[in-house]
Every structure is written in structure tokens, then in C-alpha cells.
Design a protein around this ligand. Structure first.
Ligand code: JFZ
Length: 437
């Protein structure tokens, strides 16, 4: 009897998920937006909120076990007088980044935009009184940068985020609350604002569902709302699970797709969805005054190249100061990566992961009838690559178009590797092939 019930329940679940699978047909605008998203390759992640004042990362509310009453003092000190949307967007452009994903609200629930849903927002609670996301959206539209909003589903402040999740600590909230109202009124209300008041946006980057893995997050409803308000807006959930219906991008945190050095990423890789990898320029997301562990520009470039070779975008994070300035250390590195992209961008933008699997030596990307061989680590004169289906017509270096000797056989392609110039991060050899990818 128990087995029979379990079997029937299992069958119903299977049927339901099969039905759910078939219900989501991405709109043509959405599919087009996914392709454009994949073409962009490099984005700027920005973690910025009232927590930035304390210079101790975006989890400070939780890590110091502050109470809601104590945290409520913080917005009064947040006055980003030096914030200038033009400077931020120009930096993203100079870095060769094509999109920006910014925290519209993080786990502290504090809306960095003008929200009518609650006064727990920058316009109502700070002396700054302005909406930086509006200025950023306008500037992004002017400069042709796509803007995505990070939105935390997890909330450490709202009493209706109840039952609380695994990050719970006693911070003074009552032991009751209406989670349905939190999702349907508060969250969907704010998402409606974000998808209505800022012109066309790139999409919503969700985070925090992992705090209550078993809860019903009303995802179908929220996703349908987003796709109704802006069909081209992409839904990018940072839940580290196999993508669900309605989700448009699979994103990986601190890891290339399929790798799991961080310990919380899934090794499943979607074959259909665009992929993204998020990473930090030092070791923090939000401004952390004690973190000077900056990655070099070369290291950022290598991560971008490896992400591209794995068919993924790289979303590289900075945590601006609470006054709105961006750490000059970040600026210098981003500009250097932008200079590199100025010369090597053809081998990144608009490409997809190449036909040769990534190896210790490097990766390949591909576009039209070109395969770009990115040689990142190789000290020997010859490099043997796995076989490819198409015939190589010619090979040359990307930067100075010098011919590169090669042989092709059933066993693969062997390249005579160009000698590395002293300041050369990546030797890119372009293979012209007879097949269009
Ligand atoms: C999340 C945020 O908590 C973090 O502050 C930052 O915004 C980052 C981009 O996303 O990081 C996570 C996500 C998942 C887990 C931990 C941190 N997890 O599953 O334990």
C-alpha cells in the first residue's frame, strides 16, 4: 500500500514536471536576447548598498549578528555624494564590458531604488534621497550598455520572510510572518517597479533561494510576471541547481561551468541555455576595507578567456566605496583588460566555446569560419590539438596576422607556436576553416 502510494505520488510528480517542462516556450524576443547576451561575453558585477558604509562586505548584518534596530541606523550614514553614473558606465565601457549587473537589493532587503512597496529604500531612508539605479539605467541606455538587476529573494529584514531560512539569527523579528505576502506583494511588487520604471533592462539576477531550499518560492508566478512585463528580460538564478522552466541563463559562482572548486556549484551544464561565471576582482563582493588581494589584469584576462572557451560569459565584480567612488586598484585593472580587449576582442566577443576541449595549454573560441586558439600556458615549440571536423585552410596570429605553420591529420592539428613576447598574456592563433560555425 505504502509502496503503491509512493509509486502513484512519484508518477504524478513526474507527469507534473513533464507538463511544467513543456509549458515554457521562450518568446522570440527572449531567444534573441539570449543570443545577444552570449555575444556580450564580459559584464561588470556591482555589489553596493548601505552595508558598504561598514567596509566589511555585504554579509556584515549577518556576520556581526546585528539586530534589525541596529541595522536600521545604517542608511543615515549612506550618502554617495561622489556617485556618478557616467563614470561607472564609462569604466565598464573602457574595460570592454558590455553589461552591468548591480545589486538592486541584497540580503539586507534594502532597496537601492525608489520603491513604493516599502520605505526600506534609499530615497526614503538616506539623506541622498535619489535613485542611483535610475541614473545608472539612463546612462546605460545612453552608452549602449545592458543593465541587469541583482535581486535577493532572501531577506534578513522583512518580518514576512518567515519561516526564516538557514542563515537565520535572532535579530529581533517576530516569530510569525506571511511568506506568501512577502513573495506576491513585496517581491513581485518591487520586481514590477524594476521592470517598469527603468526602461528596457537586460534581466533579473536572482540570489538567495538557497536559504530555504524546500520553500515554495512561487517561481512560476514571478517568472511569468517578468516575462510578461519585459519578454526580452532574462532570468538568471544563482541557485546552483539544474535550471528550471522559465530560467534563461545558467550562472556559476567563482567556477567555470562544470567545475566545482567553490563547493556549492552543480557540475551539470545546460546545453541550451547561455552560461555565465561570476567572480570577484579581489576576494569580496561588497566593499571590504581589509581586502587588498586584487587579481592582476592578466589573471582577469585569463579568466575571461577560459570562460569564453567554456562557452560562458564572465561577470566580474567590484564593490564601490560607500561614497560612490570606485577603488583605483579596480579601475587600473579593468582599464588594462579593456586595452587587451581592444586588440584581442575579435577572439572573444560574439564567439562561442570552440570545438577543441579546453586543456592546460589554453582554450578555443569560434565565430563564423574562424577558430581562435588561445595559448595561455605552453612553453614548447609545437602544440598538438585534438582533431576537428573541418579542414583548416590557413593559420595566423591574431594581433599581427603573421602566418603560423601547421599540419592537420586525422589525429589532430599541430601548430608551430609563436614565440611569446614578454608582455603577451595570450597568444591567439586564428584558424580559418571551411565550415561556418
Ligand atoms: C551569494 C551572496 O550570498 C553573496 O553575498 C554574493 O551576492 C554572491 C554573488 O551570491 O553568494 C552565495 C550564494 C550561495 C551560497 C553562498 C553564497 N550558498 O549556497 O551557500
Amino acid at each position: 500500500m505504502v509502496l503503491a502510494v509512493a509509486f502513484i505520488a512519484g508518477t504524478i510528480l513526474t507527469v507534473q514536471s513533464a507538463v511544467a517542462q513543456s509549458e515554457y516556450h521562450p518568446s522570440p524576443e527572449n531567444l534573441q536576447a539570449r543570443r545577444e547576451y552570449q555575444d556580450m561575453k564580459f559584464g561588470m558585477f556591482i555589489h553596493w548598498g548601505v552595508y558598504s558604509v561598514l567596509g566589511d562586505g555585504e554579509w556584515v548584518f549577518h556576520e556581526r549578528h546585528l539586530t534589525v534596530d541596529q541595522y536600521n541606523r545604517l542608511p543615515a550614514f549612506f550618502d554617495p555624494e561622489k556617485f556618478d553614473a557616467h563614470t561607472w558606465v564609462s569604466l565598464a565601457k573602457a574595460a570592454g564590458m558590455k553589461y552591468i549587473t548591480i545589486t538592486s537589493r541584497h540580503h539586507d532587503g534594502f532597496a537601492m531604488f525608489d520603491s513604493k512597496v516599502s520605505d526600506w529604500n534609499i530615497v526614503a531612508r538616506t539623506s541622498y534621497k535619489k535613485d542611483p539605479l535610475k541614473m545608472l539605467a539612463d546612462e546605460c541606455h545612453r552608452q549602449g550598455i545592458k543593465l541587469f538587476f541583482y535581486y535577493s529573494q532572501l531577506d534578513w529584514h522583512n518580518p514576512d520572510y518567515y519561516p526564516r531560512g538557514q542563515t537565520d539569527w535572532p535579530n529581533g523579528r517576530p516569530d510569525h510572518g506571511n511568506f506568501d505576502a512577502y513573495l506576491d506583494t513585496y517581491m513581485d511588487g518591487q520586481l514590477t517597479e524594476l521592470l517598469t520604471n527603468y526602461g528596457p533592462i537586460g534581466g533579473i539576477w536572482f540570489d538567495g533561494m538557497w536559504d530555504k531550499p524546500k520553500a515554495d518560492w512561487h517561481l512560476a508566478k514571478t517568472y511569468a510576471l517578468i516575462h510578461k512585463l519585459q519578454p526580452a528580460a532574462l532570468i538568471i538564478p544563482n541557485h546552483h541547481q539544474t535550471p528550471r522552466d522559465g530560467e534563461d541563463v545558467q550562472t556559476f559562482e567563482h567556477d567555470l561551468p562544470g567545475q566545482n572548486t567553490a563547493g556549492f556549484n552543480t557540475t551539470y551544464i545546460s546545453k541550451d541555455l547561455p552560461l555565465e561565471m561570476s567572480d570577484t576582482l579581489n576576494d569580496s563582493w561588497g566593499f571590504n576595507i581589509g581586502d587588498s588581494h586584487y587579481k592582476s589584469a592578466e589573471e582577469v584576462e585569463r579568466r575571461l578567456v577560459k570562460a569564453s572557451g567554456s562557452n560562458a560569459n564572465l561577470l566580474m565584480n567590484i564593490g564601490p566605496y560607500p561614497n560612490g567612488e570606485i577603488d583605483p586598484q579596480f579601475v587600473a585593472r579593468l582599464q588594462a583588460v579593456g586595452d587587451w580587449l581592444g586588440k584581442y576582442g575579435d577572439s572573444i566577443y560574439g564567439t562561442r566555446g570552440g570545438p577543441i576541449p579546453p586543456g592546460d595549454w589554453g582554450v578555443t573560441t569560434q565565430k563564423e569560419n574562424k577558430i581562435y586558439v588561445h595559448i595561455l600556458n605552453w612553453g614548447s615549440p609545437l602544440l598538438a590539438l585534438a582533431p576537428i571536423a573541418s579542414k583548416v585552410a590557413s593559420a595566423q596570429t591574431l594581433v599581427d596576422a603573421k602566418p603560423v605553420e601547421f599540419t592537420q591529420s586525422a589525429d589532430g592539428v599541430v601548430l608551430k607556436v609563436p614565440v611569446r613576447k614578454s608582455d603577451e598574456w595570450d597568444r591567439v592563433v586564428v584558424l580559418m576553416v571551411n565550415k561556418r560555425y
